[in-house]
Design a protein around this ligand. Structure first.
Ligand SMILES: C[S@@+](CC[C@H](N)C(=O)[O-])C[C@H]1O[C@@H](n2cnc3c(N)ncnc32)[C@H](O)[C@@H]1O
Length: 275
């Protein structure tokens, strides 16, 4: 399948899932780990105030949360339906002064924005995984770094290639025999069509190297769901027991940068600094 066809597939998928994407991070137990862990790192590394580019914002769950904290946010996404949804919400909430724009485009071309402009850039929940060509991912990393101010933090979370093996055992067993499987195992490229759209699964070092080679300093690498990955039912059960859930969250927070937690996590994130 050509690059253009894959891009069309990705846009069609996200056009059909705007409401799900809006709800995604605040409903399921696994996604709540992704959201809360990401927020923890944002809180740790963001400057106290400033303008943040939310590159691959989707409908804007992180943007609306950070706007409440006083940041100004620029939305950017490949799928117009996401931006239309966000614009309606911004208007309804009267947040035009906090969420200052919504620009359509691809990460490979951030020419809508000047160099050294943003106090932070975030690319969360896998937009870079949906850049399905290796050269294009290099270009996207270069662009993300270009638009950040010197010293600004950059947060990038992606789908984790090898953690999907746990998914293949627990949930997607039939796909072990699918034509794409060997290719995925080799290079992390999933063509879409089995319940999800096309993406590239990253190895942790691959993600670190991508940004380091473009001149950013990698400050931290973390799991987002860690050992809770691919265990929605068990994790939900655990969440219903307040005492045990509190203990689990503490364990989660203390283990998310352990290599085994990073290895098994559905999403992984790097925090970098533009030097
Ligand atoms: C799983 S959603 C994540 C949305 C949001 N950041 C979050 O964490 O909820 C992935 C988003 O990436 C966007 N996307 C896919 N390819 C993109 C590209 N090349 N450039 C910018 N955004 C892209 C999709 O439209 C979708 O909104």
């Amino acid at each position: 399948m050509s690059y253009a066809e894959l891009r069309r597939k990705i846009k069609a998928y996200y056009t059909d899932s705007v409401n799900n994407e809006w709800r995604r991070l605040t409903t399921g137990a696994i996604s709540s780990l992704e959201f809360n862990t990401t927020m923890r790192f944002l809180n740790d590394y963001l400057p106290k105030k400033g303008i943040i580019l939310d590159a691959g914002s989707g409908p804007g769950r992180y943007a609306f949360t950070l706007a409440e904290y006083g940041y100004k946010i620029m939305l950017f996404d490949y799928t117009p339906a996401n931006l239309a949804f966000a614009k309606r919400k911004i208007k309804r909430a009267g947040m035009q002064k906090s969420i200052i724009g919504a620009v359509e485009g691809s990460l490979v071309d951030l020419s809508a924005f000047q160099s050294n402009h943003f106090d932070a850039v975030m690319c969360l929940g896998g937009p870079l995984s949906h850049v399905v060509g290796r050269k294009q991912r290099q270009q996207a990393a270069k662009e993300i770094i270009r638009v950040a101010k010197r010293g600004a933090p950059i947060f990038v979370s992606v789908m984790n290639k090898m953690s999907a093996m746990v998914g293949f055992v627990r949930m997607f067993r039939n796909e072990l025999a699918a034509p794409y499987f060997e290719n995925y195992l080799k290079n992390g490229d999933y063509p879409g069509g089995y319940g999800f759209t096309a993406y590239h699964g990253f190895e942790p070092k691959e993600l670190q190297d991508l940004f380091a080679k473009q001149g950013a300093k990698v400050l931290a690498t973390t799991a987002l769901e860690g050992y809770g990955s691919y265990s929605e039912k068990d994790l939900s059960k655990l969440r219903r027991n307040k005492k045990l859930w509190k203990i689990w969250l503490s364990v989660h927070n203390r283990t998310i940068t352990h290599p085994s937690s990073i290895g098994i996590s559905q999403h992984i994130m790097v925090v970098c600094r533009k030097v």
